[in-house]
Structures are given as structure tokens and as C-alpha cells.
Design a protein around this ligand. Structure first.
Ligand SMILES: NC(=O)c1ccc[n+]([C@@H]2O[C@H](COP(=O)([O-])OP(=O)(O)OC[C@H]3O[C@@H](n4cnc5c(N)ncnc54)[C@H](O)[C@@H]3O)[C@@H](O)[C@H]2O)c1
Length: 319
């Protein structure tokens, strides 16, 4: 089926799905958005509410639909699935959301969908791996939002610390989107200037302390927000909008998305967030990132944790 490059679909219309739809409506990227949820009323209600904003943004169609309605969408965004609840382990979440993916993904792959799948539901690295395996789609067109949000938080905090626009800060969080994520300090720079030199230019000399505070703050962000308002959704909605923009405009921008590992850093057969060139066909290629010994060790540890979570017994991570 011919894809409509101005059409997106969102599966799951909870906090994240509806915030994403609202954000996409304002972006002008799409002229048609299909919303789908097991709770049909929720999808319909969100479609109605968001549509009422279009007179201030531009003419477009936003409606509740089914899987047949989304087959010509350039991008299908999956945000369906449970949030981590109090007292629940991450493993519980894996089981619950993997089951949901076992229902959703065949609905898409059995219809021979040819566009891009953008996975947002958590644990995003594991569910991206699950989506690749179940769909049988080429790996380049199954993308996880990965650490795009974590890297945005990282850049925001660095920009604040250095009193500079965070868009001038080049900084990546890599590995798992979760507790074992790694702040790749070795490659952080502000407009090409290594971060420590820039810090000193701005009067900061206590590098170790500041680095720890910032990396901890990034890692704890989701927990802090969830404690206060039960869910996070605006930051991820903007992250999803940015990924869609890069795809639709074939920007070939470098984003830390969840991609299948094929031996880089000695890691294979697991999905991790690494900087990659993204364009109209999804992921073009991973981009090498400079890591020191400690960061390299943590990245392998992150891969091991994800493999344990996904239940892969064989250890492909070289010691
Ligand atoms: N990747 C990220 O950076 C990031 C950030 C925030 C949240 N998330 C994740 O996004 C997911 C959604 O979070 P939320 O706060 O919107 O949760 P939510 O509970 O508000 O919404 C989930 C929605 O999914 C729907 N759903 C469940 N099973 C479905 C199915 N089979 N088909 C269609 N819809 C189905 C539910 O009815 C519900 O409306 C969670 O897994 C959360 O952890 C990811």
C-alpha cells in the first residue's frame, strides 16, 4: 500500500499517547492522525478534544480508528501498555507489556505494513526488541524512542548549569532507557568545546561533584515526576515529535534511539540506545561514540541487565 507521508497513527491513548497527539497536532508535521486504544471511548474522546484545537493550528483530520485505518500511515507510534505502579517490579512491567505487544504487533505485521514503527512503551529497549522479533520487519524501520528523552534531560540540565542554550550542548545518555543508563561524559561538548573546558569558562571547577549531581538528576527525573504527578508525558511527547520530524523530513539527524546491536562494543542481539543517523527509512546506521573504560564497562553491564530481563540465556556480551 502506498504510504501517506503526512499521516501518523498512535496506538494507546493514555497520558503519553494523548500528549503526543496534542503535540503532533500543533507541529504541522501531519495532516491526518489515527488514534487507537482498547478503550474506544478514550480514543474517541481524545480525538474530539484535540481536534477542537485545530482552528488555532491548521486544518487536519484526527479521529479514532482501527488497524485497517493505519496501514498507510508513514509512522505508527506505540504507547500502549501499563505504567510502573507502586510495588510493581520492572519485571512485572516486562511481562505485562510484552503480552500487550504480542497482541498489537501481529495486527500490524499481518497486514503487511510498510512504514515505520516507533516504540515508546516501556521497557522501551525490550519492547523494541520484541517488536522486531515478532514483526519480522527490517530492523531499520523499528525504532525505540530510547534515551532521546533522557538525553534531552541531560542537555537541559547541562544548559542550565552552564547558562547556555541546551541546543548548543551535544550530550548523549546511552544504554538502557532506565536505571542502568550511562551518561557518556567523554563525548560531551558545547559547540565543540569539551565540557570541562566550557565549565571552567563559566566559572565551574568542581567537575566530579557537578557531573555526579547532573547524571543522578537525569536518572531520577522520571521517579521524581511520577511521585509528584503519577506519570511523565510532555517531555516524551516532544521527544516523539522530534523523532517523527527527523523521519518525515529525512533529516539524517543523530538521535540516541533504541537499535539492534550487531557487535559494536562487543554487544550483540539486544536493543540498546546508541547514537544513530535517522532519516526517511528509519535508522540508517549507528554512529560510533567515544567512551572511556568506565563508560564501556557500564554499557556492557547495561546490555547484560537487558538480556536478563528479556530472558536471553546465552551471554553474547564479550567479557
Ligand atoms: N519511552 C519513554 O521515554 C517513556 C516515557 C514515559 C512513559 N513511557 C511509557 O509509555 C507507556 C504508556 O504510558 P502512559 O502514562 O500513557 O500509560 P496509560 O496507562 O495512561 O496509557 C496506556 C494506554 O494503553 C492502552 N492500551 C492497553 N493495552 C492496549 C492494547 N492492546 N491496544 C491498544 N491500547 C492499549 C490503555 O487503554 C491506556 O489508554 C508506559 O509503558 C510508560 O512506561 C515511556
Amino acid at each position: 500500500m502506498q504510504l501517506n507521508q503526512r499521516k501518523a497513527a498512535i496506538i494507546g491513548c493514555g497520558f503519553v499517547g494523548s500528549a503526543t497527539a496534542f503535540c503532533l497536532m500543533q507541529s504541522g508535521l501531519f495532516s491526518e492522525i489515527v488514534l487507537q486504544d482498547v478503550d474506544k471511548d478514550k480514543a474517541e474522546g481524545e480525538a474530539m478534544d484535540i481536534t477542537h484545537g485545530t482552528p488555532f493550528a491548521g486544518r487536519m483530520k484526527i479521529y479514532a480508528g482501527n488497524y485497517n485505518d493505519m496501514m498507510d500511515a508513514a509512522v505508527i507510534i506505540i504507547t500502549a501498555g501499563a505504567n510502573q505502579k507502586e510495588g510493581e517490579t520492572r519485571l512485572d512491567l516486562v511481562k505485562k507489556n510484552k503480552k500487550i505487544f504480542e497482541e498489537i504487533i501481529p495486527e500490524i505485521s499481518n497486514r503487511d505494513y510498510e512504514g515505520i514503527l516507533l516504540i515508546v512503551s516501556n521497557p522501551v529497549d525490550i519492547l523494541t526488541y520484541t517488536a522486531i522479533k515478532i514483526s519480522g520487519f527490517e530492523e531499520n524501520r523499528v525504532i525505540g524512542s530510547g534515551t532521546v528523552l533522557d538525553s534531552a534531560r541531560f542537555r537541559y540540565l547541562l544548559g542550565k548549569h552552564l547558562d547556555v542554550d541546551s541546543r548548543s550542548v551535544q550530550a548523549f545518555i546511552i544504554g538502557e532507557h532506565g536505571d542502568s543508563e550511562i551518561a557518556a561524559w567523554s563525548s560531551v561538548n558545547v559547540s565543540g568545546i569539551p565540557v570541562n573546558d566550557f565549565c571552567e569558562m563559566r566559572g565551574h571547577y568542581d567537575h566530579e561533584e557537578a557531573m555526579k549531581a547532573i547524571a543522578d538528576n537525569v536518572k531520577e527525573s522520571a521517579y521524581k515526576i511520577i511521585k509528584r504527578k503519577k506519570a511523565t508525558y510532555y517531555g516524551i511527547a516532544m521527544s516523539v515529535k522530534r523523532i517523527c520530524e527527523v523521519i518525515l523530513k529525512d533529516e539524517k539527524a543523530i538521535l540516541p534511539v533504541s537499535t539492534m546491536m550487531h557487535g559494536a562494543h562487543g554487544i550483540e542481539d539486544i536493543v540498546l540506545s546508541m547514537p544513530a543517523i535517522v532519516g526517511k527509512n528509519g535508522i540508517e546506521t549507528q554512529v560510533p561514540i567515544e567512551l572511556n573504560e568506565e563508560e564501556e564497562r557500564k554499557l556492557k553491564q547495561s546490555a547484560r541487565i537487558l538480556k536478563q530481563m528479556i530472558g536471553i540465556k546465552k551471554d553474547d556480551v564479550k567479557k
